[in-house]
Design a protein around this ligand. Sequence first.
Ligand SMILES: NC(=O)c1ccc[n+]([C@@H]2O[C@H](COP(=O)([O-])OP(=O)(O)OC[C@H]3O[C@@H](n4cnc5c(N)ncnc54)[C@H](O)[C@@H]3O)[C@@H](O)[C@H]2O)c1
Length: 337
Amino acid sequence: MIRVGIIGCGYWGPNLIRNFMQIGRSNVVRVADLDQDRLNHMKTLYPSIEVTTNHEEIIDDASIDAVAIATPVHTHHKLAKQALTADKHVFVEKPITSTSEQARELIDLAGQNGSKLMVGHTFLFTAAVQKMKAIIESGELGDIYYISSQRLNLGLFQPDINVIWDLAPHDISIITYLLGRQPHTITAVGTPHVNDTIEDVAQMTMQFPGSLLAFLSVSWLDPDKVRRMTVVGSKKMMVYDDVQPTEKIRLYDKGVEGPKHYDSFAEFHYSYKYGDIVIPKIEGKEPINVELNHFLDAIENDTQPICNGLRGLEVVKILEASQQSLQNGNVPVQLEK
Ligand SMILES: NC(=O)c1ccc[n+]([C@@H]2O[C@H](COP(=O)([O-])OP(=O)(O)OC[C@H]3O[C@@H](n4cnc5c(N)ncnc54)[C@H](O)[C@@H]3O)[C@@H](O)[C@H]2O)c1
C-alpha cells in the first residue's frame, strides 16, 4: 500500500483524494489545507484521514511515501521542494512551477534522491488523447500540417495567473505529446478586460521545425464552453471535441491537392476530396484514475512517468516564452534548445 499525503483540497484536490482512495493500492493518510472548512468537509467524507492546516505534518511524516500537491501555482515549487528533500515521491498539479529555474531545481532534486516527480497533465491520460496519438502515429493523417485548439469558457478567473498559465498547459501538453516534439518559436497576443493586469483572453502560435504550426485560443470570457482541437494532415483531418459526451473524435477523409505540374494558372486546378467521416470507439475511463495509477506504477516499477519533471519543464518554458511575447509587443520568442 502506497501511503499518500495531499496538500490542497480546494477545487481540484478532492479529485486526487477520491481517486487515490478508490485505487486500492494507495491510501490517503493525511490532507493539509489552509482552510479549516475544506478540511472539515474532507473529514466528513473520509473519516479515516488526518487533516491539518500545517502541510509540514505531511512532510515530516516518515510513513508517507508520496505527496500530491493541488495548491495555487506559485506555491508548487516550495511545497514540492520540501517533499522531495524529505525523500517523498511527488505528484504536482500543472503547471509544475512558476519558472523554468524552479522546475529544473525540482528535477535535479528528484534525480539526486531517486524520487518520482510527475506533473498532473491529466489530458494525456484521456482515452481520446491516447486514441489521437495512435491515429497520428499510424500515419493515417499523413504529414501533419497544423493543429488548432480552442479552450474557452466563462471563468473561472484566477487571481494570480493569466488565462495562458491557467488553460494553455492542457493544450501545450496535449499538442507536444501528440507530435512528440517541441516548438522552437512562440508568439502570444492577449489582453486583460475584467482585471487591469491579468489577461483573460489570449491567442498563441507555436512554430515547430518544418512548416508545422499550432494555434491555441484560450479565454475566460466566452459564453460557451469550448474544448476543441483540429489536427489537419495531408491525407485526413481529425477533430477532437472534449465537450461531446461520447463521440469525442471524428476522422474526416477530407483533403485538398494542387496539380503535380502546370504551366499556366488556367491549368491550375485544386482537387478536393470529400470522403467518409468516421467516429472511432473510445473507452471511457476516468482520466485522473488512469493518471494516478500511472504515478503509482512509476513508483512501484521504478519507471519514468510520461509527464515527468522534464515534460513539465518543457511546458513551463513555452508558458514563459508566451509571457515574454505578451510583454514585448507580441514579438516571436525563440525557445532555447
Ligand atoms: N489537472 C487539471 O485538469 C486541473 C484542473 C483544475 C486545477 N488544476 C490545478 O490544481 C491546482 C489547484 O487548483 P484549484 O483550482 O484546486 O485551486 P483552489 O484555489 O480551489 O484550491 C487550492 C487550495 O490550496 C490551499 N492551499 C494554498 N496554499 C496552501 C498551503 N501552503 N498548504 C496547504 N494548503 C494550501 C488553499 O487553501 C486552497 O483550498 C493548480 O495547480 C491548478 O492548475 C488542475
